[in-house]
Design a protein around this ligand. Sequence first.
Ligand code: FAD
Length: 266
Amino acid sequence: MHIVVCIKQIIDPEIPISQFMIDPRTKRQVQGNNPLVISPYDANALEVAIQLKEKHGATVTAISIGGSTATTALRSALSLGAHEAILVNEPLLAGSDPRGIAHALAKAIQKVGGYDLVLTGCESGDWADRAVPAFVAEELEIGYVGYVTRIEVKDGQVVARRVVEDGYELIEAKTPLLAAVSSDETNNPRYAKLRDIMTAAKKPIPVWKVADLGLDPEQIGAGYAKVAITDVYVPVKESRCEMIEGNTAEEKAANLAARLRELKLI
Ligand SMILES: Cc1cc2nc3c(=O)[nH]c(=O)nc-3n(C[C@H](O)[C@H](O)[C@H](O)COP(=O)(O)OP(=O)(O)OC[C@H]3O[C@@H](n4cnc5c(N)ncnc54)[C@H](O)[C@@H]3O)c2cc1C
């Protein structure tokens, strides 16, 4: 079994809100000094793949589309157990909408070839369009299951456990299949061992460009986008502080209740 895991590197979504800034010109989040991490659900997807490697001897290939910094995310995937990692680093993909990223990802997965499972996160931790996985499945002409947390292999088929509002569904599917992974207590990302981090640091990571993927430079990036972001901003929250006066605690409480009633809050 060969599993391709799609990994997006993002600015750590756990940073304090005070550190979250948007560049009004590019309409993108400013990295500043904030760390880059593997998008959280992609880390769950990688864990699912590594568990399948441990149980069934699957081969795991990690792919990321991003700048040169995404190599760090891919090295981390290698240290956690991926066999190979590939970076698609192509400036012409700048301005891509999710359909454009999916188009390039699908081409990269086709170039890897021989895959049985493609795993993605169910949504990225930054833009969270939840669109890339379904677009990739459509382009590869393979089945798609969303919100999967566990995958079993049985008689050459996969059984995917999918979370729904009040429980879960078990879905039997033929491979090749794309599963967009969510989190549960069975797919918490593991920590890499120091020895594996050192081995991963030496592993070559091929870098693919548009020409390697057979993509038409006119048909990618902003030119291929069907949607445009017109504005992105951090909402401004206004707050006021009003002191409630009174000579005694009882009087303050009564005044507070009267004020809350006046504001129709009670
Ligand atoms: C009109 C428009 C213009 C944009 N312009 C830019 C731009 O100039 N520069 C820019 O950086 N972003 C840009 N974006 C955002 C960019 O399109 C998204 O980051 C990208 O399409 C992925 O979408 P998402 O993050 O919402 O992924 P989702 O659909 O939420 O992703 C789900 C899963 O797909 C996989 N995945 C998604 N992206 C990648 C990736 N890069 N590599 C590997 N796997 C991946 C991951 O497994 C992820 O968990 C733009 C978006 C729009 C709508």
